[in-house]
Design a binder for this molecule. Sequence first.
Ligand SMILES: N[C@@H](CCC(=O)N[C@@H](CS)C(=O)NCC(=O)O)C(=O)O
Length: 218
Amino acid sequence: MALKLYVGNYNYSSWSLRPWLILRKMEVPFTTEMVDLDIPGYKERLRDISSAATVPVLEVSTENGVERIPDSLAIAEFCAKMVTNLWPKDEAQRAEARRVTSLMHEGFHALRNEAPMNLRRRTETKMPADCLADAAEMVALWDSLLEKHDGPYLFGHWSIADAFYTPAATRFESYGLPRTRRSDTYISELMSDEHFQEWEAMAFVEEHILPETDAVNA
Ligand SMILES: N[C@@H](CCC(=O)N[C@@H](CS)C(=O)NCC(=O)O)C(=O)O
């Protein structure tokens, strides 16, 4: 089986970072193809890759043919079938991990829109109230899970849930969002992860910029 992950730009593509981290944790070989976002023709390129017209997309080539899986959560579930320790072992914890991962996948819209992932960004700008409310809700969720499972990750050991919250953690750093001491430790844990740092290093040398994203809350 050969795996190829189509991703968006390292500095900005929060959805791409999630499955990329999962694949790195699995220690399986895979290749990556970058699609520069927001340049003329980029949407057609995305449509050529998959009908979802978004990244990430995981291409799986086997002797039976080639399948392309769009959507970060669908890719995560595919990976969890290959390697069994990506969700917590305990069934109740696994159900809870799926719930909080779906929350990130579907919710926290104000945080996502007002504080888009932008790894190179550092600002002390006053953030909108709805964004601060989402950030407070996320911190409360993190704190309760970290306390219950005794950290350093949401369910004790690293899981898909942590992959999904890693891009959110970077937003707390980029936009100076308030957090408790416990959540601050969690953010530091995620941001000092060796695989996250590998991705971040690629973001720091990437030349493609998205001016509209850079202008959010400038
Ligand atoms: N629900 C999708 C969202 C994917 C998504 O929106 N990706 C962005 C890049 S981070 C994208 O492809 N945007 C295409 C566009 O802006 O036209 C997932 O979980 O993968």
